[in-house]
Design a protein around this ligand. Sequence first.
Ligand code: FES
Length: 173
Amino acid sequence: MTDKGPDGHAEEPIWRRDFPITSAGEEAITRRDFTRFLVAGSGAFATGTVGVAIWSAVRSINEGEPRAIVALDSLAIGDDFLFAYPGERDSAILVRLAEDDLRAYSQQCTHLGCVVFWEADEGDEGELVCPCHEGHFDIRSGDPTAGPPDRPLGRIEVEVRGDGMVWALGRTK
Ligand code: FES
């Protein structure tokens, strides 16, 4: 029961003076805090998304400096040529598919790192094959086509320059 004050109106209980926040006020504070939390959370999420995008872009930037690999004339159509790129220990393979169609990849299988090799096919175009677990890769894209690998081979951009040499321009991961 609430006591009456000297003016005859109900007097506020003592606990109300000690804890002046009303339930409506409490709710307003909660909403404000929640809004702040949402804004901060959205900002953090946006920052994280941008960070991941930048990291992905940096990861896919070419590795390696432009370097001459082999004279185009010395590579017959359908033949492959092994070389090292971008480092001396990074084995790579170049395949000449047609007169002016060259493809080059890292030889490191994306499953467990065995060495892939070129398997020319008389009737078909041929493919890159990993002997360890029968992994197969498309020669035009480097994408896995069979076996356990689920990522494409590292692709090496190449071009034929005026000196008649095939040049490696860089490798994407
Ligand atoms: Fe190439 Fe397993 S290491 S398929």
